[in-house]
Design a protein around this ligand. Structure first.
Ligand SMILES: [Zn+2]
Length: 287
């Protein structure tokens, strides 16, 4: 008989189980999950950095990611319109966690506005929902998740204060901007900067010539100081509005996606800091 050196019976005490496999629908959620889950989770995202979650087309590889996942973390509020078809195609068995479940959504017409993460106070609710879902899926690591969440939530608290202070330094009559699509209503209501967008809450529809005309008239009438580009949507439209109104182009705001490691917004905290910096730079001083 061959001698097989078997692992000692108590091996599972010292050897941790494999990390929890999690799929997050888009990059911002993926970042929240990494912060809470640390090395006890293996996170993949469906819509990666620098990609538009509104108009995503799932790939066959996505079905594979879903099949292996224990949890699927989604935003909800109508953001992932492409998800039901993917779930069906993948025959996924992962439990679905809706990270916005404790958030009262703002409305955009008859629909919910999905961009709830743009308020840092809401981001904290996402993190809490993710923490609870991870603890439920992997009770042995619940304490670890709780501790990570606490550390990250403290950073988000500080970030929220930072944004309030930065907005506080912008003269009140200059707290208004144009951005490509309507992604900042939660930011606007939380922090008091007015956003006007030629596209609606999704990037799917093109604005009509009439919509653009109305925006141009509004920028002129309200003396809106700056126009901002986004990674999603068509920059030519914003350049045209800037050219016709004399508003300056204030830079790029990140709304629905993080950037790669070398970009301006590889994490959620970087994204909010970047946005508040470009807003403050463009609005703070009357030229
Ligand atoms: Zn959006």
């Amino acid at each position: 008989m061959l001698a097989i050196s078997a692992a000692p019976a108590h091996a599972q005490d010292s050897t941790k189980q494999a990390p929890l496999k999690i799929v997050a629908s888009f990059s911002i959620l993926g970042d929240f999950v990494k912060n809470v889950g640390g090395d006890r989770v293996e996170v993949t995202t469906l819509v990666g950095p620098d990609s538009d979650v509104h108009v995503y087309s799932p790939t066959p590889a996505d079905a594979g990611k879903m099949a292996a996942a224990k949890l699927l973390i989604v935003n909800g509020l109508g953001l992932e319109g492409w998800l039901p078809r993917l779930l069906q195609a993948a025959g996924a068995k992962a439990a679905i966690v809706t990270a916005t479940k404790d958030i009262a959504p703002l409305k955009s017409g008859a629909d919910a506005d999905p961009h709830a993460w743009q308020s840092v106070a809401n981001a904290e609710k996402y993190v809490t929902a993710i923490r609870d879902a991870l603890a439920k899926a992997d009770p042995a690591d619940a304490g670890f998740f709780r501790q990570n969440a606490e550390t990250y939530l403290a950073k988000l608290d500080a970030l929220d204060r930072e944004v309030r202070q930065a907005v506080g330094r912008i003269p009140e009559n200059r707290r208004k901007v144009i951005s490509t699509h309507d992604a900042f209503a939660y930011f606007a209501s939380q922090y008091g900067i007015q956003f006007i967008a030629p596209l609606g809450v999704s990037t799917e529809a093109e604005p009509s010539a009439r919509d653009i005309g109305a925006i141009i008239a509004q920028v002129r009438a309200a003396h809106i100081p700056a126009v901002f580009l986004e990674k999603v949507g068509d920059p030519r439209l914003m350049r045209r509005i800037a050219a016709e109104t004399g508003a300056k182009i204030g830079g790029t705001l990140y709304s629905d996606s993080l950037t790669g490691e070398k970009g301006d917004a590889p994490t959620y905290i970087d994204m909010v800091r970047h946005n508040i910096k470009v807003l403050t730079d463009a609005l703070a001083n009357d030229p």
